[in-house]
Write a protein that binds this ligand. Structure first.
Ligand code: ZN
Length: 258
């Protein structure tokens, strides 16, 4: 009975992992296995509505799925030493590993209509009217912002008109949430994280994939459990702080923010 009730609860948690497994090749390489569900909740805060939101969300879901597919690889990761026999990490010993992330991903991008549909550990992309925030790039040019995030795990925002102009902007902002940085190197305009042009490319490098996998795993000690979710975020209060930060100058329909 209790199990049946749990099954009927709506999925919560930006990251939910099942069937986690670690294999140690004994030679400095860990292979991590698991089935991950990534959920991004899209909150429409536009004043005049966002008639193309559904197709933008479908597109974003496909981009995120495609970019996460195939897992990733990262070398030189310093973590607690893994003990294969005890299936646990030794908290007294730090070790440098190469890590193979053999993860399956299921990606959900769903629309929510009110803050009460946001749980503490969700990922959220707020769709807003305009973002006034400007930044100076490495070439000294002042640039506008189509979207914004405050860093890994934080909510993201994108202005609806910018997202219409380049449908990759939603995924770009979400990948900041998964800990990727912007790229300004003029030789890397083919990259999805290049942010000095509306017409940047769509490539996510292997190193970036490795960085996202590392973020998704989070506290790697949790991999030694069978299941895991990112329960430590407090998205609702983060959304409030983020949207109202004066330097970001985000304009949105405050009546929808309830
Ligand atoms: Zn960016």
């Amino acid at each position: 009975m209790r199990f049946a009730m749990l099954q009927n609860q709506p999925l919560t948690g930006g990251i939910v992992a099942k069937n986690l497994r670690i294999s140690d090749n004994g030679n400095g390489e860990l292979s991590l296995y698991g089935d991950f569900t990534i959920t991004l909740k899209v909150l429409d805060l536009t004043t005049n509505g966002a008639p193309n939101l559904n197709s933008l969300m479908t597109f974003t879901q496909q981009v995120i799925s495609n970019k996460l597919r195939g897992g990733g690889y990262k070398s030189g990761v310093s973590i607690h030493k893994y003990n294969e026999n005890q299936k646990a990490f030794n908290k007294n010993k730090i070790w440098s590993y190469s890590i193979r992330y053999n993860f399956n991903f299921m990606v959900n991008v769903i629309q929510i209509n009110m803050l009460s549909q946001l749980k503490g550990n969700d990922f959220v992309l707020a769709v807003v009217d305009t973002i006034g925030h400007q930044f100076t790039d490495q070439y000294g040019q002042i640039q506008g912002s189509a979207g914004l995030t405050q860093g890994a795990g934080w909510p993201a925002a994108v202005s609806y008109n910018s997202w219409l102009r380049n449908k990759y902007f939603g995924a770009h902002e979400f990948f900041h949430t998964l800990d990727l940085n912007d790229i300004e190197d003029g030789n890397k305009k083919n990259r999805l994280m290049y942010h000095l042009s509306d017409n940047s490319g769509h490539v996510i490098s292997d190193a970036e994939k490795g960085d996202m996998m590392q973020y998704i795993v989070g506290n790697i000690n949790d991999m030694a459990k069978k299941e895991y979710s990112n329960i430590n975020l407090n998205t609702v209060s983060r959304v409030r702080i983020f949207l109202n930060k004066s330097i970001y100058a985000i304009k949105y329909n405050k009546a929808k923010f309830r």
